[in-house]
Design a protein around this ligand. Structure first.
Ligand code: SF4
Length: 149
């Protein structure tokens, strides 16, 4: 990885994490109790899309667990969901969609208008990193993993 790219990604990591921190500060009723129902993409029929910055954060978190590639999850669940424990491998660095999605137990979906400024910030970071808009979870992270190996 060249130095410019390294610095860009370092900055993006900090900025994306700041977006997540700012989301947590919003006056939105939200309480994820880690039911992990939303993590079963095939069952729910919904898979999150990630901007490049979110994918960088998630990929780095996965690498920090010692893994170099996305784990297989043949049942169609999120590859970050550990099959034996049902824990998310990257919970603290999970993408924006995992924090705002449809789960009724967590408080229901967050309205786009309530977080539009945060979405715009993620979109700006995506452009800075040379991304091409949100991409489906697995592809977004797999691409970044190839780049940072
Ligand atoms: S990243 Fe974590 S919280 Fe998000 S869908 Fe995957 S396992 Fe669930």
């Amino acid at each position: 990885m060249n130095r410019r790219k390294f610095l860009l990604e370092k900055t993006a990591l900090a900025e994306v994490r700041q977006v997540y921190a700012d989301l947590a500060q919003q006056p939105i009723e939200r309480n994820c109790v880690r039911r992990t129902e939303c993590c079963h993409f095939k069952l729910t029929g919904r898979t999150p899309y990630l901007t490049r910055g979110e994918a960088v954060v998630a990929a780095k978190a996965l690498r920090a667990t010692g893994r170099k590639a996305l784990p297989e999850n043949p049942d169609g669940a999120c590859p970050m969901l550990q099959r034996d424990t049902s824990n998310c491998l990257i919970y603290d660095d999970r993408p924006f969609g995992c924090r705002t999605h449809f789960c009724a137990a967590a408080g229901g979906p967050v309205a786009r208008r309530e977080v539009i400024d945060l979405i715009r910030r993620l979109e700006r970071i995506d452009i800075e990193l040379g991304g091409n808009g949100p991409r489906i979870f697995q592809n977004a992270i797999a691409e970044v993993l190839e780049d940072i190996l």
